[in-house]
Design a protein around this ligand. Structure first.
Ligand SMILES: Nc1ncnc2c1ncn2[C@@H]1O[C@H](COP(=O)(O)OP(=O)(O)OP(=O)(O)O)[C@@H](O)[C@H]1O
Length: 903
């Protein structure tokens, strides 16, 4: 146990004994530790919301125990103290509420402030319950709720509802009507969204608050006295002018905290109670896996508890549907049952690691919530090599029986524990792909052998293999065994090279071959061992070093000292000697320089690849050539400037990935290059959209991948799928280049990682688990959509080529989205493309821009966005020889901002 936990435990013990708060010196005496240290630990516990402070001399501490709404129902007496958070963020609001209700003789009128969904309505209702429990209002006293926003368009009607109307007060008032204030006599009137009350209505309300009587609308003589406690609520900002009047006139103001201001334990308690509520509805236990629970604990929830609750209800409903429709045994919430915005919560785990560890300490991977339980039974299965699996299960069985869980539930829990064990086992391989999917293609024996051989190789070579290798190898082996059984030969043209370059892998592959031979009763030929060695050598993840390794930056320039001086500036500014320079004298032959560069790349490569930053000429081809020869991912950026080197260097030192650094460099010289690039690809009307499938053996896995994609994509005439062999990288790259010249390559799908500039890579594993197919469908759909828009634009454009501009605009729009950090939905993107196309066509024809209303004000508000957009539009201006003025810029900016989905 660590010190902090120890302090916490002692605090709990002492508190139980002494039945009061405990001081730091009392704990330090028990532990025989320094008081200052104990104070430090107590402060840490306080920050984690595990203890509370009672200020005084000395400061006393009390433990906050993980509460459950159900437990508290038994323990506590009044409604307000039962709310989740009563001991935490709602402590002060509850004290205020009690004071307001109990204040003699008739309590205090109260204003509750708080964002949407923080629980204002619930709080008001609980105040009413409390008033009854405290017997300050009769048991049958009314609680009347009225939302002023419901009649916001008609202020007179709001007043009529609240204060009542005398016959003839206004047209249509044909009889006397009693108001809600009268109906609420002796009880509570809850006015929600009270800021919607008109000034006249407010005055009438304040008169009642000050004097205890009011007059219905149209009444001039009589006043009505009632004894009503008003609770008003609003989401208005407490600082707003409007609210000042309210806070001045209503004696008690209670502010309810928003969800983000609550501690994580309190949020856990809320989640627990909401899932239990659903469990009660269904009458069954609800299980949730750890990651889903973490997502719920951490996601941004701007509409507070109300939103948290409805997101949980949705997840429970989805899990329930799965349980029913797939006849699953348990209602289990997993990530796929959570809305996208909730899933994102998991991304914040790093910043919240300590809190999460604290919450999940001693809990298993799947948690169970049952409305009848006071606490959740965790499936706490910790696999330990020293203890037998079945022993643990037996022990668990005993424990559960002793806690009084029914037999049927025990077996449910145990079953889940077993599943969770096997999931863990699979995770050791980092395989989170549904095996079911791949089993449609290869049989179980092959999968078992692949697991066996990768686990063997992993130990022998001290490398980890990821799921891509697992599935790539499974596909490959399947094809290989079929070939051998059919008596076909296997030939590896680079066998010797593999032996020399990967001697360790080759040796292990030979041992693996024995496993395969025994299992399938075949004789693996030496050439096939070459392929196996390549699988073992490719895509290795050395996870421990991963954080340390950085992308290398190598700057190469013609001239005596151009590269060195750029690098010197960059390294000095970044503060680390990270980038390296190679100066290339003008007299030097490219072949000689190539060998030097290759050597440098090999030495600098730490697993994350190298960015070559060059000026021009033959240097631009070095990257591809080195990649072909060494397999090291090398990306080349040309037309380099000093700011670009600084930026790349900074990002590399921060540990950014090669693709990110490369893209950001390209963005910096996008101005010069983008139009050239897009011009290249749009010229040929006959170009086709193609997808490449690739593996070491063209006829094996890549052919098979092609068939899988064809089947899953159904018939898509507009797409051609081409299987290629990547054994000879040079030949492969050459083919890609040829295809690229004539057609558009939408994606490359391969059993091993291939990084090619500007082409999306999808792994075979993703294709098999369905994610990849979804990606392909999305890419194809998008492509088709743009093709159609391009065709129809062609008919409507007068001065420009409608098809060509589509590609230009897509590039520019992506650029704007990236820079503004926004994402617009597809329909809006099309809208923006159309707007920009017509604008450019108009400007090319000499047309005038349209004035933007309130331009100056808009410019002040969005100056940063306007500058960024202007920058992104420059290539278009240059290419079409036009100038897009500030009015049009403002319109464009508005389109992006109005329809954005913030990333
Ligand atoms: N402390 C709490 N414990 C349990 N449930 C809560 C708590 N606070 C709020 N809720 C639940 O959250 C939901 C939203 O609460 P409520 O409708 O009272 O919020 P509100 O502030 O009145 O929202 P709005 O401003 O949108 O009207 C309700 O279902 C309520 O039961």
């Amino acid at each position: 146990m660590n010190k902090i936990d120890q302090v916490y435990e002692i605090l709990v013990e002492l508190e139980e004994k002494k039945r009061r708060g405990i001081s730091a010196s009392e704990i330090s005496k028990v532990l025989g530790a320094d008081r200052a240290n104990i104070s430090r630990y107590l402060n840490k516990l306080y920050k984690k919301h595990r203890v509370e402070k009672i200020n005084g001399r000395p400061v006393l501490y009390r433990a906050i125990k993980s509460e459950s709404i159900y437990k508290r129902t038994v323990e506590s007496k009044n409604s307000l103290d039962k709310i989740i958070g009563a001991q935490q963020s709602l402590r002060t609001p509850i004290q205020q509420a009690k004071a307001a209700i109990l204040y003699p003789p008739n309590g205090l009128h109260t204003l509750i402030l708080g964002e949407t969904g923080v629980g204002k309505s619930m709080f008001a209702e609980l105040m009413y319950q409390f008033a009854k429990e405290a017997k300050v209002i009769p048991e049958d006293a009314p609680f009347i709720r009225f939302n002023c926003a419901d009649y916001a368009e008609n202020p007179q009607l709001i007043m009529a509802q609240i204060f009542g109307v005398k016959k003839g007060a206004y047209t249509g008032a044909d009889k006397d009507k009693e108001g809600l204030l009268k109906k609420a006599d002796s009880g509570i009137l809850f006015l929600d969204e009270v800021h919607r009350l008109s000034p006249q209505g407010q005055e009438m309300l304040f008169t009642y608050i000050d004097k205890g009587f009011f007059r219905p609308l149209g009444e001039t003589e009589k006043v009505i006295y009632v004894n009503v406690r008003i609770i008003a609520a609003t989401t208005e900002d407490p600082q707003s002018y409007l609210l000042k009047t309210f806070t001045r006139r209503i004696p008690m103001t209670i502010v309810l905290p928003s969800l983000k201001d609550k501690g994580i334990m309190e949020r856990y308690n809320l989640i627990e109670s909401f899932i239990k509520e659903e469990s009660k509805r269904i009458g069954k236990s609800i299980y949730i896996n750890k990651n889903s629970l973490i997502s719920l604990l951490l996601y941004d929830c701007p509409n507070n508890i109300g939103q948290l609750k409805s997101d949980i209800q949705l997840a429970c409903a989805k899990a329930f549907v799965n349980y029913k429709s797939r006849q699953e045994e348990y209602i289990l919430i997993t990530q796929s049952d959570l809305p996208q915005h909730v899933k994102r919560g998991l991304l914040k785990i790093k910043q919240n690691r300590e809190d999460i560890d604290c919450i999940f300490k001693g809990k298993g991977d799947i948690l169970r919530f049952y409305y009848k339980d006071d606490k959740e039974y965790e499936i706490n299965y910790q696999y330990n090599d020293n203890e037998g699996f079945y022993d643990i299960i037996e022990k668990k069985l005993e424990d559960l029986k002793n806690t009084g869980v029914k037999d049927e539930e025990v077996s449910n829990i145990i079953n889940l524990a077993i599943e969770s064990h096997f999931q863990k086992y699979i995770k050791n391989f980092s395989l989170n792909i549904k095996k079911k999917e791949i089993l449609e293609i290869v049989n179980i024996e092959i999968l078992e052998v692949v697991e066996e051989i990768l686990s063997f190789a992993s130990k022998r070579l001290e490398k980890e293999y990821d799921e891509k290798i697992y599935f790539g190898l499974a596909l490959h082996l399947h094809g290989c065994i079929e070939r051998l059984k059919n008596g076909n030969e296997i030939y590896h043209p680079k066998l010797n090279m593999i032996r020399v370059d990967y001697p360790d892998e080759f040796l292990v592959a030979m041992e693996i071959a024995k496993i395969i031979d025994d299992k399938f009763n075949i004789e693996t030929p030496l050439d096939e061992i070459g392929y196996l060695a390549m699988f073992l050598a490719s895509n290795t993840l050395d996870s421990e070093d991963e954080e340390e390794d950085k992308v290398g930056i190598l700057v190469i320039m013609h001239g005596k000292s151009t590269a060195s001086s750029m690098v010197e500036v960059a390294n000095t500014l970044v503060g680390i000697q990270h980038a390296k320079a190679l100066d290339m004298p003008l007299s030097m032959k490219p072949q000689d320089m190539y060998e030097i560069v290759k050597q440098h790349v090999k030495e600098m490569h730490k697993g994350k690849g190298i960015i070559l930053m060059v000026d021009m000429g033959s240097l631009t081809n070095f990257g591809d050539m080195i990649y072909e020869e060494t397999g090291i991912i090398v990306k080349t950026v040309d037309m380099v400037s000093t700011p670009m080197v600084i930026d790349a260097c900074r990002k590399a030192v921060l540990g950014r990935e090669i693709d990110e650094i490369y893209t950001s460099c390209r963005e910096m010289n996008f101005y010069n290059k983008s139009i050239e690039r897009t011009n290249d690809i749009t010229n040929d009307i006959n170009r086709k959209n193609i997808i490449i499938t690739a593996c070491f053996t063209g006829e094996g896995a890549s052919e098979r991948l092609k068939r899988i994609i064809q089947e899953k994509l159904y018939k898509k005439d507009s797409i051609e799928i081409i299987p290629l062999n990547i054994l000879d990288r040079k030949e492969f790259l050459c083919k890609i280049k040829q295809y690229k010249e004539k057609h558009k390559i939408l994606a490359i799908i391969s059993t091993i990682d291939i990084h090619l500039d500007g082409i999306q890579f999808i792994s075979a594993a993703e294709v098999l688990n369905g994610e990849g197919i979804k990606k392909i469908v999305d890419i194809v759909k998008e492509e088709e959509m743009y093709l159609n828009i391009g065709k129809s634009l062609k008919e409507h454009m007068i001065y420009i080529d409608g098809r060509k501009i589509i590609d230009h605009l897509r590039y520019v729009i992506d650029d704007i989205q990236r820079k503004l950090n926004v994402q617009v939905v597809d329909e809006v993107k099309i809208g923006i493309i159309l707007h920009l196309s017509f604008l450019i066509d108009k400007l090319c024809g000499g047309g005038k821009e349209v004035k933007f209303y309130n331009l100056e004000e808009y410019k002040n508000q969005y100056s940063r966005e306007l500058i960024l957009i202007k920058d992104c539009l420059k290539p278009l201006e240059k290419n079409y020889n036009i100038e897009i003025d500030e009015n049009e810029l403002a319109y464009i900016c508005k389109m992006f901002l109005l329809n954005r989905e913030d990333i």
